[in-house]
Design a protein around this ligand. Structure first.
Ligand SMILES: [Zn+2]
Length: 177
């Protein structure tokens, strides 16, 4: 390996085999010390990357699992949920004060659609979560995360967090196999 003749930091003369500059302490490029440092930096980089992927996995899981379960239950139980909402005095009050022409059927439809959206969004997030866990097919993971966010359009907060997660996933694409 070619030895640097001058220090890259201070420009002082270097002897062959020197690992550090005697003048300023700079690591000599191409020396054992330089290789060792590059190795360490790569190791630290790997650890940081792993940490970021784990963080993304847990953040997606935190949304995917409850959204899927809640969506599923709400969809199965949409008739009962709608009836409960319908018989709520505050809800009836809200309809009459605004003069809305809402029927129980409308409420049932609304609950079913909301539950379906939550379930679809949660399922997409589950796909993304699984791929992040497996470190496989980053593009599908990103698209699934984007879909999960898009299906959360009724919540500005959810949409924002989802798009942020999608961006983080995209930025971590080199961590996938
Ligand atoms: Zn130097």
């Amino acid at each position: 390996m070619a030895e640097a003749k001058f220090c890259t930091a201070c420009g002082c003369d270097l002897q062959a085999g020197m690992r550090f500059c005697p003048q300023c302490g700079q690591v000599v490029a191409g020396s054992d010390a330089d290789e060792e440092m590059k190795q360490r930096m790569a190791e630290i980089d790997d650890v940081l990357r792993e940490g970021r992927m784990n963080w993304i996995f847990f953040a997606i899981a935190l949304y995917a699992i409850p959204a899927t379960i809640a969506g599923l239950f709400a969809l199965v139980d949409s008739g009962a949920t709608a009836s409960t909402l319908w018989s709520n005095a505050d809800f009836q009050n809200w309809i009459s004060t605004h003069g809305y022409d809402i029927t129980l059927k409308d409420v049932e439809t609304y609950v079913a659609v909301a539950a379906g959206l939550a379930l679809a969004s949660g399922a997409c997030a589950m796909v993304s979560m699984f791929l992040v866990f497996k470190r496989k097919m980053w593009s599908i993971a990103v698209i699934a995360c984007l879909l999960a966010s898009a299906l959360c359009f009724w919540s500005v907060f959810g949409l924002f967090i989802g798009l942020l997660m999608t961006w983080m996933l995209y930025a971590s694409k080199e961590s996938f196999d």
